[in-house]
Design a protein around this ligand. Sequence first.
Ligand code: GLU
Length: 305
Amino acid sequence: MQRTHRTLAALALLLAATATLGGCGREGSPPVKGPQPDRLPVYQVRSDFTLPDSATWNRAKKRGRLVVGAKEDQPYMGEKDPASGRYSGFDIEIAKMMAASLGFDPARVEFRTIASANRETALQNGQIDYYVGTYTINDNRKKLVGFAGPYYQAGQSLLVRTDEDDIGGPQDLAGKRVCSAAGSTPYQRIEKDYPKAELVAYDTYSVCVDNLLTFQVDAVTTDDTILMGYAAKVPDELKVVGKPFSKEPYGIGVPRGDDALRFALDDAVAAHQKNGDWKKAYDATLGLSGVPAPPPPAIDRYPAS
Ligand code: GLU
């Protein structure tokens, strides 16, 4: 009983933390662990840039702003402050550097939250110009969308309550209730490789975490980048266990067939890695988890589709 109370208190704290983070720009209330706006790089906007062969770019130029898909409940990566509506995190910074390279002021980027299961449709029906949100590049998805990058490589891992001693890796999931997001690669991997686990799916990982804190599930599985962020919010209640058991190279999703845009974004990722923006953005966001910046993965400039 006491344990349940403590965990519910942690849940309240987690929700409150999610609600206040990003209000971090406000005077007198520096964040303890959230992205640090003062340390974020300012990206040089390429005002002379044009990309006439890209239908997506032309449409955005006419509109006067970019519409970018992202996540809103993934601390350090993509998080929306409900009060200001502002998005922050490493993915958000990547989206902004890409905008600057495409000739758009990052202030002119309009972010839209799109869940894992809806990314391909959003790109296919023109709801967004590109997508930056812990989006793993793989061959199945390449049939539906294009990917620039990768700009980072994550790995699948497990999040459990701190008092959990039975789960140390995916081999321990038999008979356990494991939560992940519908349409995600971690969900698919558990389904295929660990069929004895009892899989539970929601649209978002934050709902999985609520379920973990209230004892509805035994573990949450997705990329280490995402899980570290949840654990950091309530370290007394949640821990990441085991070693990453997959490779999740993160790409920038673009409409399939818009190779002009894809190659321009490949060039942009390379340019921002070279000029130091990537590292600075990492240090001010995901780096706050305590993991130093790894060397960025090599860009996979695959041939035109
Ligand atoms: N990177 C994985 C994926 O793209 C998991 C994270 C997510 O769902 O965004 O499916």
